[in-house]
Design a protein around this ligand. Sequence first.
Ligand code: SAH
Ligand code: SF4
Length: 387
Amino acid sequence: MTTNAPIVQDLHTIPRKLPEGPQNIVGLTRDQMRTALIAAGTPERQAKMRVGQVWQWIYHWGVRDFALMTNLAKDYRTLLANTFVIDLPEVVTKQVSADGTRKYLVRIAGGHEVEVVYIPETDRGTLCISSQVGCTLTCSFCHTGTQKLVRNLTAAEIVGQIMLARDDLGEWPVQGDPKNEQRLLSNVVLMGMGEPLYNFDNVRDAMKIAMDPEGISLSRRRITLSTSGVVPEIARTADEIGCQLAISFHATTDEVRDKLVPINKKWPLKELLDALREYPKVSNSERITFEYVMLKGVNDSDADARRLVKLIEGIPAKINLIPFNEWPGAPYQRSDWDRIQSFADIVYKAGYASPIRTPRGEDIMAACGQLKSATERGRRDKAVLNP
Ligand code: SAH
Ligand code: SF4
C-alpha cells in the first residue's frame, strides 16, 4: 500500500443492522447492555442489577438460553427471549493437528469465514483470534495479506471466538463444582486475520468483555494485540485497552520494512519506535513483543540483528523470532536454522529474550500468516473505503 492509496473493501458486506427481529446480546458493553435492557422494558432502577445477572449467565456460566437464567423472574426471561438472541459465530469445521493445535473455521453473518486457532502448551493455552475478514494491508510475506478485506468483525464476532473455543474445550464452569477451575484457554492473542487497530472500537469492546472480572475474566496481561504499526492507535490501545502489545517489526531499515510491511511508508520506523517507547508507561505493561519473521537473505543477517538491538535500545522488549511459514506461491523462503540461531544469539547477548517460535499446526495450515479461508480466495468484490 502506498501512502495515498485507497483501502479496498467490499462495502456490500459491511455488517448491517437487521431492520427488525431480535438483537444479539453478545458483544454489548455493560453500558450498551444497560441501554438495551431499558429499551426492552427493564425499569431503570433495576437495570444495573439485571445487567450484572445476565452478564454472569452469558460470560461466566456460558449459558445460551434465557430460560436457564433461573435467578430472573419467568416473565422477565420470556421478555428477554422475545427481544434478544445469544448468538455466536458458527463452527463449520474443526481440524486437530498432530501437535494438538486446533483450527476452527468459523462462519459469520454474510457467509464469510475466519479462522481461529487454539495452541496448547504445557503452561498455557493460547487462542489466536481474528479481527477482520482478510486485511487491507498487503505485507508481502503474509498469506492473509493476499486476501482483500471483506469486512470488520463485530465485537460479538470477536468475543464469540473465545466463547466458541471455550465451548469446544468444555471449559465453562460447572455450577456447584468449585474444583472446575482449570484454564485450558488462558491467553488470547490478536494474531489471526486482520489488522486489529483498523477495527479499533470493536476490538476494544470485545477485549473489555473478555477482561471483565464477572465473566470470562482474562487478565489484561494475558491478552496480546499484534499490530503492523498503526501508530496513532497505539497510544489509544494503551489508554483504552491496556493489554500487552506485539509489533510486527520484521525489518531494521525503512527500505526493507517498506517492502515487507508497506504501512511503514505511512508510519516509518522512527515514528513507530517513538510510539512504542511511550506504550509501557501508559499501559503499565511489562514489555513489548517484537515479532520478527526470518526471511532467507532478506532481513536475517548479523548486521540486521545488531541494528535491531540498537533501534529498540531502552524499550523493555522481548524479540520473538518467527521462522517464515511458507504458503503456496510465497515469494520468500524460511531462513536456515543456523542463521536464525546466530541472529538469536546476538539479540540474546544484547540482553533481550529471543525465543524462536516453534511453528505450530503447520500440517493443518494453522501457523502464523497461513490463515486464509478457502471461500475468500478469488473473491473480487471491491469498493473504496478509508479506514
Ligand atoms: N495484522 C496484525 C496481526 C496479524 S498477523 C499484524 O500484522 O501484526 C500475526 C503475526 O504473524 C504478525 O507478526 C505477522 O507479521 C506474522 N506473519 C504473517 N505472515 C507470516 C508468515 N507467513 N510466516 C510467519 N509469520 C507471519
Ligand atoms: Fe495484515 Fe498483519 Fe498480514 Fe500485514 S501481517 S497483511 S497487517 S494480517
